[in-house]
Design a protein around this ligand. Structure first.
Ligand code: 9L3
Ligand code: MG
Length: 141
C-alpha cells in the first residue's frame, strides 16, 4: 500500500512555555468525522513543506497567523502520529500572533480548553493520544 498521506496540525496554546488553554475545532466534514473535535490543520500539498502547509491551513481554516513552537513527536520513525491507514500527522505547538480565530472552513465551532477540560470534547480517535501526550506538557508547565 502507498505510504500514508502526511497531514500537519497545530496545538494552538495561549502561551508556548506555560500553556493554560488549547484550541480545539469541531469538524463539519466528512460525514464520518462531523461533530468530532480535532487539532486544526490539513494535508500537505505537493511541493509544499510541512511547516508552510501548516501556516497555510491555519490561515485558511481559522484566519490566523501563528508562531510555531516545538514539534510534539509521535511514535513513528519520522515523528508522525498514525491517524488511519490513509493518514499520518505531524503536530506542532503554536501560538497565534495575528488574528482572532474563527471557524472559516471545515469547522463550525472552536473551543479554548483548559488542561482540566482537555477531555471534555469528543476528539477524533487519531488525535486522542496526542491530547493525552499534551496533557503532561500542560501539567509540567
Ligand atoms: N485529521 C485528523 N486529525 C486532525 C486533522 C487536521 C486531520 N487534527 C484527518 C481528517 C482527514 C484527514 O486527516 O481524514 C485530512 O485532513 P483535512 O485535510 O480534511 O483537514
Ligand atoms: Mg483541515
Amino acid at each position: 500500500m502507498a505510504a500514508p498521506i502526511l497531514v500537519v496540525a497545530a496545538a494552538l496554546v495561549d502561551d508556548l512555555d506555560q500553556p493554560a488553554r488549547m484550541l480545539a475545532a469541531r469538524r463539519t466534514r466528512p460525514e464520518a468525522l462531523a461533530g468530532r473535535w480535532e487539532f486544526p490543520g490539513g494535508k500537505v500539498d505537493q511541493g509544499e513543506t510541512p511547516v508552510s502547509a501548516l501556516h497555510r491551513e491555519l490561515r485558511e481554516e481559522l484566519g490566523v497567523t501563528a508562531e510555531l513552537g516545538r514539534e510534539v513527536p509521535g511514535p513513528d520513525d519520522d515523528g508522525s502520529w498514525p491517524l488511519t491507514e490513509r493518514y499520518r500527522m505531524r503536530l506542532w505547538i503554536a501560538r497565534i500572533t495575528e488574528g482572532h480565530p474563527e471557524p472559516l472552513e471545515d469547522h463550525d465551532e472552536l473551543r479554548w480548553l483548559s488542561s482540566a477540560e482537555l477531555h471534555d470534547v469528543d476528539w477524533i480517535e487519531g488525535d486522542l493520544p496526542i491530547v493525552t501526550a499534551l496533557r503532561a506538557h500542560f501539567e509540567e508547565a
